[in-house]
Design a protein around this ligand. Sequence first.
Ligand SMILES: NC(=O)c1ccc[n+]([C@@H]2O[C@H](COP(=O)([O-])OP(=O)(O)OC[C@H]3O[C@@H](n4cnc5c(N)ncnc54)[C@H](OP(=O)(O)O)[C@@H]3O)[C@@H](O)[C@H]2O)c1
Length: 244
Amino acid sequence: MNKRGAAVITGGSKGIGREISIKLASKYNILIVYKSDHVSAQETVDYVTSNGGYATSISADMTNIIEIETVTKMAVSQFGEIDVLVNNIGKNIPCSLNDITPDIWNQVIDCNLKSMFFSTKIIGKEMMKNREGVVINISSTAGIQPLPESPPYIAAKAGVIALTKYFAQVYAPIIRVNAIAPGYVLTENHKPENYSKYENVIKRIPINRMANLSEIADAVFFLTENAKYITGQTLVLDGGLCIN
Ligand SMILES: NC(=O)c1ccc[n+]([C@@H]2O[C@H](COP(=O)([O-])OP(=O)(O)OC[C@H]3O[C@@H](n4cnc5c(N)ncnc54)[C@H](OP(=O)(O)O)[C@@H]3O)[C@@H](O)[C@H]2O)c1
């Protein structure tokens, strides 16, 4: 392991989180937190390692406060301190107003919002002890311009934007806290062959395509490394989707 800072990336094993893990590995030792897919987590760890970085992984449910504490203890014992936290886990269960159940509500709010709040509270306390830190929260344009079929997701992602401002105030000037709100990102689920609405979606995006995974990771890197005077903000990466 190199002697350098450490970054914890929740959901860092696949999709957008995997790309963030790989990008931040150029500067930090990485702890990838995933829930159950060991194969993807190991593949990402191996990829980072074979490209000269250091990464390790832990399986934990980041909606559970005890497990967030376990992850925090592991990161501190392994790396000495935590410099960067990326709250990336998220889940959408599209459903109409009539179909929403308390269970759907809780699952979506817990994964997107409760996890972000308690991870930032618990890991933020460690960062405050060390007198520095950066937190990046992955929100969504759904939290800015509502999607028709995702009320709890809209509420959760709007909550992430609001809590980004809250934590930026509470932790200033020691920890900077910012968010990214992607529109549509070209993840596996959004590839044309897997997504029946692909063409309709592209027509609504002024830049005429979805974001590449690397564009989201580059924005995380920018907010972490180059944006020393930016805190409490949400950077919208949506190809112009929310202009209209
Ligand atoms: N995809 C898009 O177009 C898009 C657009 C806007 C915003 N976003 C946001 O971007 C973020 C990443 O999205 P994605 O599509 O890349 O996600 P994804 O491919 O579904 O990956 C989710 C990751 O989170 C982990 N995870 C899920 N629940 C967890 C939990 N309770 N505890 C610990 N780890 C957990 C998963 O681990 P396992 O695989 O082990 O379960 C996996 O590593 C989300 O916040 C999403 O809302 C995505």
